[in-house]
Ligand binder design. Structure first.
Ligand SMILES: *Cc1c(COP(=O)(O)O)cnc(C)c1O
Length: 354
């Protein structure tokens, strides 16, 4: 089967062999305090920075999932107030975590039926962190990275936290204007689930340190301050998912060989194939405003034919995702990740022809 699902998704090319290699190298039995683990940690961190062009002085830390990363951000760098751009269900999850922690929250609800300009909104004076979901996996709305960078330029003392779960490695951020970005590995990197990655700026680290020194509870074993301190020593607080870190490094090496420009160009090309087709098909893209359309998660309205479409695709060896939440039966979601080849996209589209 070929998985066009939005996460977990198709495993990236070579994962099966990398798992075999890992077993041969006895990776699952390695001590996470040993030299080999430090080497794997260091290589993974360096390769991620190289692939995504992340400044050298940023920290790369590992948690269990993207959802955990959201909670760690709220705990570690928000004393009183967070600000949220809401573009769908995942950004709602983010703000709900802040509410659970009894922080004050302010939010702007974005309407993807209009051209979105994030720089048009006034952000409350007292907000400490501005939270955004670059790509909403629930509805297929993608934000403009230039706007995200612009916000940081307008509010340099505030931290910017961006969910890049379903757009990495496609998303081309200038990390100088991002304080925290996070993702899990079962989407664009095509790995088994169970590993979250956070990219943390010196400013965010400082903020966590200040709050800790002030006596604020910034979380226990996985707070941003100690995650970063440990990362400097190529260490983790707990026994981490060493196998998945090892695999991530293998995928990063592979993507570096392919080249990030090629990965991004191919993603653009495949997205164009999808939208060109669905714009002229009986089933239309969920988002009509081109500027808001995701390149990595294509959401299509099905007039209630979701089950029928999924069954037909399955007969052809292709699995796509159903709609999110209440759109379960009225939409499908198709991933456009680096693992998906142009010919696979053409095969998928072919299945829609009578
Ligand atoms: C999948 C997803 C998450 C949650 O990831 P987990 O690994 O399940 O915690 C968060 N945000 C977005 C945009 C996602 O697509």
């Amino acid at each position: 089967m070929l998985y066009f699902t939005v996460g977990p998704s198709q495993l990236f090319d070579g994962v099966e062999n990398f798992i075999t290699d890992a077993l041969k190298e006895e990776i699952p039995s390695l001590s996470h305090r040993g030299e080999k683990f430090k080497y794997i940690f260091s290589e993974t961190s360096l390769n991620l920075k190289k692939l995504l062009n992340i400044p050298e002085n940023y920290s790369i830390v590992f948690v269990s999932s993207a959802t955990e990363a959201m909670e760690r951000i709220i705990q570690s760098v928000v004393e009183k107030e967070s600000f949220h751009f809401l573009s769908g269900s995942f950004s709602k999850k983010f703000i709900d975590i802040s509410k659970d922690y009894q922080k004050q929250t302010n939010a702007v609800e974005l309407d993807y039926e209009q051209i979105i300009d994030l720089t048009n909104y006034e952000i409350s004076e007292t907000a400490e962190v501005i939270c955004l979901t670059h790509n909403e996996t629930s509805n297929g709305c993608m934000l403009d990275v230039k706007h995200i960078e612009e916000i940081k330029k307008n509010y340099p003392e505030k931290l910017i936290a961006v969910d890049i779960v379903s757009s990495v490695p496609f998303v081309n951020l200038d990390y100088r204007y991002i304080d925290i970005a996070f993702f899990s590995v079962q989407k664009g990197f095509g790995l088994p689930a169970g590993l979250g990655v956070m990219i943390i700026s010196p400013q965010a680290f400082e903020r966590a340190r200040e709050l800790k020194e002030k006596g604020v509870c910034i979380g226990s074993f996985h707070n941003i301050y100690e995650l970063c301190l440990n990362a400097q020593k190529l260490q983790t607080t707990e026994t981490p998912n060493v196998l998945n870190i090892y695999l991530l490094n293998k995928i990063l090496e592979k993507m570096l060989r392919i080249g990030i420009d090629k990965i991004r160009q191919d993603t653009d090309k495949k997205a164009e194939l999808f939208y060109d087709f669905f714009d002229n098909s009986k089933y239309k893209p969920n988002i009509s405003v081109r500027e808001n359309r995701s390149k990595t998660v294509i959401v299509v309205n099905t007039d209630g034919d979701t089950k029928k479409i999924m069954a037909k695709l399955k007969n052809n060896g292709i699995i796509v995702g159903e709609g999110y939440g209440q759109n379960k039966d009225t939409q499908i979601r198709i991933a456009n990740f680096p693992v998906h080849k142009i010919r696979d996209v053409k095969d998928l589209i072919q299945c829609f022809n009578p």
